[in-house]
Design a protein around this ligand. Structure first.
Ligand SMILES: Cc1cc2nc3c(=O)[nH]c(=O)nc-3n(C[C@H](O)[C@H](O)[C@H](O)COP(=O)(O)O)c2cc1C
Length: 378
């Protein structure tokens, strides 16, 4: 069975036998996908695209949604952080994703934190990362995406996740986000203000009302084309802080909220020691993704949905591995969901498997569209 090839052979080989360094593996994967993305749209090798789609995609009109003026072929997107520079942008639709979020990109190119900075926690079905927004910068992404969009029409919506450059002081963060948005506003279908990464000093303090307000104000002044703008929040916020962000989302007419980023909490982890560093997770800086963040992310989605009576769209992300995980997020109130860590653990057939599972659940419930499931268990 195709699903078993990755889980029974490829993953054990890479994770256990070769003990491939997670960041090196990621870099080679993204470069391979980038090369693949270049060739699948050529007429001579178009068969490869057809083959990929037959194997990994699932097209069904019950999974489609029109949201914020965009057409989503299915509700599962690639979460930010995987394709930071958008080098593999043409491939994501052919791997089954219904949308892809590129970035985080910053106005100034930056190397990120020293390595090692990405760790697998297999006992917890999790990862710990402190990448620190390593990326080639907004101008580079603008050049690449502008060229790409001239050559082809991408089959799925593309989001661009914006972060603050490390060298920019917090006080001038709004201008930094605005500068990136100015360069990239014609390249993305939607935009995300990332104020929730734990790996840029002080970044999460930008979730405070006054700071966030000035960023959103600056962006909306620049946003004459009224592109959908989201804010991505941390799972570690208190309810009151989330309520404040909901109010800002309404004030600044945001398209919605992305919940959530990685967590700085370390409770209930099975991993005692991270092999690479010989230290416990509690002594390592960074954000945890995957299973440990799953239930908190869902709880936050449910809270936002309840507080807004479903009026503020939510993109749910955190610890999605199975159709049940996806269904939980959607029925708690997420109209779209995203995956990162689950895709690493479960492999490239995961999207199709989850979409199949979602269709089965729609049938069980007698629903004829995924949008009918959003928030039914708020
Ligand atoms: C290695 C790694 C890098 C990430 N980089 C970013 C990033 O640059 N920007 C961002 O908004 N989120 C980033 N994230 C967070 C994910 O987008 C997502 O919000 C989080 O991992 C929870 O989803 P998951 O459990 O499916 O991984 C990163 C996650 C991982 C594992």
């Amino acid at each position: 069975m195709t699903t078993d090839i990755y889980q029974a052979a490829i993953r054990p080989l890479l994770f256990n036998l070769v003990k491939a360094d997670p960041e090196k593996l990621h870099t080679s994967t993204i470069h391979t996908l980038s090369q693949l993305g270049k060739i699948i749209h050529r007429p001579s090798t178009h068969w490869l695209d057809t083959r990929l789609q037959q194997t990994l995609c699932l097209s069904d009109k019950r999974l489609q949604q029109n949201l914020f003026g965009l057409k989503f072929p299915n509700p599962i997107g690639l979460a930010a952080g995987f394709d930071k520079d958008g080098i593999a942008a043409p491939i994501w639709g052919s791997l089954g994703f219904g949308f892809a979020e590129l970035g985080t990109v910053t106005f100034h190119p930056q190397p990120g934190n020293p390595q090692p900075r990405m760790f697998r926690l297999p006992q917890d079905n999790a990862a710990l990362n402190r990448m620190g927004f390593n990326n080639l910068g907004a101008a580079d992404m603008n050049t690449r995406l502008t060229q790409l969009r001239k050559q082809l029409t991408l089959p799925i919506p593309i989001g661009i996740n914006l972060g603050k450059s490390k060298i920019t002081p917090l006080e001038t963060a709004a201008q930094d986000y605005r500068d990136s948005f100015h360069l990239l506003k014609d390249c993305g279908d939607y935009f995300v203000v990332n104020v929730s990464s734990p790996n840029t000093p002080g970044l999460r303090s930008l979730q405070d009302s006054a700071m966030l307000s000035s960023i959103l104000d600056a962006l909306q002044q620049e946003n004459l084309a009224q592109k959908p703008i989201f804010v991505k929040i941390a799972p570690d916020l208190e309810w009151e802080a989330i309520s404040d962000i909901i109010n800002l989302a309404k004030t600044y007419k945001l398209a919605g909220i992305i919940a959530t980023n990685t967590t700085i909490r370390r409770d209930n982890l099975k991993t005692q020691i991270i092999a690479k560093t010989g230290k416990p997770p509690s002594s390592e800086a960074g954000g945890i993704s995957g299973m440990p963040v799953r239930d908190r992310a869902t709880e936050i989605i449910r809270f936002i949905y309840q507080q807004t009576q479903g009026k503020v769209p939510i993109i749910g992300v955190g610890g999605i591995f199975t159709p049940d995980d996806a269904w939980e997020k959607i029925t708690a109130g997420a109209c779209l969901i995203q995956v990162y860590t689950g895709w690493i653990y479960e492999g490239p057939w995961m999207i199709r498997r989850i979409l199949k599972g979602l269709l089965a659940k729609l049938e069980e419930q007698g629903f004829d569209s995924i949008s009918q499931a959003v928030g039914i268990r708020e």
